[in-house]
Design a protein around this ligand. Structure first.
Ligand code: HEM
Length: 429
């Protein structure tokens, strides 16, 4: 899969034949990264106009902590669009992920209070409500595509932000398609040309409404924020909201979809988690490490430099593979074994450095409620492996588009017309 050559005409080396978005890589990303990591943990690939691929834990760790050399800012190297993915994808400017320190800090300061553990603890009921409702929708039938339940992170994010709930599926599919669909396909074009422009108008409309008439939601909080002693503009609020949507919609879904399929194949572990719910927190850290829902993200080199013996040039694009770092035997013993009690677990699934995931606590909380209710309420679920459908490519997010499953039917826990966590409180207690 990888074949190392000596050098390119521009002096970049070692050169490998590697493309994280290729069908070849998607067949077995773990094996593909394992080979690359062993041969050349820092290497140059000619795919996508050329990029460095960092696959060892050490290079990923070093580069993600050196924002002066490895920038997240939007630029025109390697095309136009979101700069933290390779190839770039057409997306609006995002704050704070596309801003380097020191400017970055004042923006991240606005996001931190709404994603801190205390704020996420206050969302417990809303997360529980949607998980209960989504499982209620299928529990009496005895069969379902489990991805329908895994829509929860999208609806929670839309509700939390204060966007119209009736559009949650459109937000989910459009933001998902941007990172998992193949450019040029109908799915990608529908997202980029139709759904996302429409949703941008909806989001901007809500931002304007909340500025005039604030409510108890995240958009109202953001329009009330200040930076540099001035009010945050509507464009800046949009840049933060659009990032929270793209962070919130697909990643937790990817984590849970991978875990649900794996737990079908490892029923002893499923039973262990059923008998010992206290093991779930550490198990989730291990699922994050093992599956790495965001496989890798990109940076751009700001100045000619030598990095771990490799000559990098200003403007070079660099992919930091969180997924590969998470399987590096230098840091993890038996990295290809999934051990739900692994501890400590210094995984890189949420990134490293200043841009480390702002939504980590929310992602964990949603994954925990989903997995807990799935294994308790659908304890004997069986996945039909022959009908599983993978994401079209595994370059940025990995997971399953379709997970057909059967299970013993069970009772609903909420009335069919339940609309809010208040219904949950009356029905469950
Ligand atoms: C399992 C779930 C998740 C995974 C695996 C994940 C992964 C990541 C990774 C790897 C980064 C680092 C970006 C970089 O270094 O360039 C990141 C950043 C970010 N994530 Fe997440 N994420 C998850 C859930 C969420 C959720 C639920 C939200 C919000 C609702 C969110 C919002 C963000 C934001 C705003 C950033 C940018 C932080 C910054 O630039 O300072 N993420 N995420």
């Amino acid at each position: 899969m990888t074949e190392t050559a000596s050098t390119t005409p521009t002096g970049r080396c070692p050169v490998v034949h590697f493309d994280h978005n290729s069908a070849e890589h998607a067949e077995d990303p773990v094996a593909s990264y394992r080979k690359l990591r062993a041969e050349a943990p820092v290497a140059w690939s000619d795919a996508h106009g050329g990029y460095w691929i960092l696959s060892g834990y050490k290079p990923v760790f070093e580069a993600s902590r050196d924002d002066d050399t490895f920038s997240s800012e939007r630029n025109s190297h390697g095309g136009e669009g979101l700069s933290v993915v390779i190839p770039k994808t057409p997306a609006p400017f995002h704050i704070p992920i596309e801003i380097d320190p020191p400017e970055f800090r004042k923006w991240r300061k606005l996001i931190n209070p709404i994603t801190a553990p205390a704020a996420i603890a206050r969302m417990e009921q809303i997360v529980k409500f949607y998980v209960t409702k989504f499982i209620d929708d299928i529990i009496e039938t005895g069969h379902a595509d489990m991805t329908s339940v895994i829509g929860v992170p999208a609806i929670v994010t839309v509700d939390w932000l204060g966007l119209p709930i009736e559009h949650w599926e459109r937000y989910a599919s459009a933001f998902h398609a941007l990172l998992i669909a193949v450019p040029g396909t109908e799915e990608f074009d529908q997202a980029v040309k139709v759904d996302l422009p429409y949703l941008e108008e909806v989001t901007r409309g809500i931002i304007a409404e909340r500025r005039a008439d604030p409510r108890d939601d995240i958009i109202s909080y953001l329009v009330g924020c200040e930076v540099d002693e001035r009010a945050v503009t509507d464009d800046e609020v949009f840049a933060m909201v659009d990032l929270l949507l793209s962070g919130g919609v697909g990643t937790t879904a990817s984590l849970v979809s991978n875990t649900v399929v794996w737990l079908h194949e490892h029923q002893d572990v499923r039973q262990d988690l059923l008998d010992h719910p206290e093991k779930m927190d550490r198990a989730i850290e291990e699922f994050l490490r093992f599956f790495s829902p965001t496989q890798g993200l990109a940076r751009t080199v700001t100045q000619d430099t030598e990095f771990m013996g490799c000559p990098m040039k200003q403007g070079d694009r660099v992919l930091l593979s969180w997924a590969s770092a998470n399987r590096d035997p230098e840091l993890f013993e038996a990295p290809d074994d999934l051990d739900i009690e692994r501890w400590p677990n210094r995984h890189t699934a949420f990134g490293i450095g200043v841009h480390r995931c702002a939504g980590a606590h929310l992602g964990r909380a949603m994954a925990k409620e989903l997995l807990t209710q799935i294994i308790h309420r659908m304890s004997d679920y069986e996945v039909d492996r022959s009908q599983l459908v993978r994401y079209p490519h595994q370059g940025t997010n990995n997971g399953w588009t379709s997970i057909p499953a059967t299970f013993t039917p069970g009772p609903r826990l909420l009335p069919a017309d339940a609309t809010s966590p208040a219904d949950l409180a009356t029905e469950l207690h």
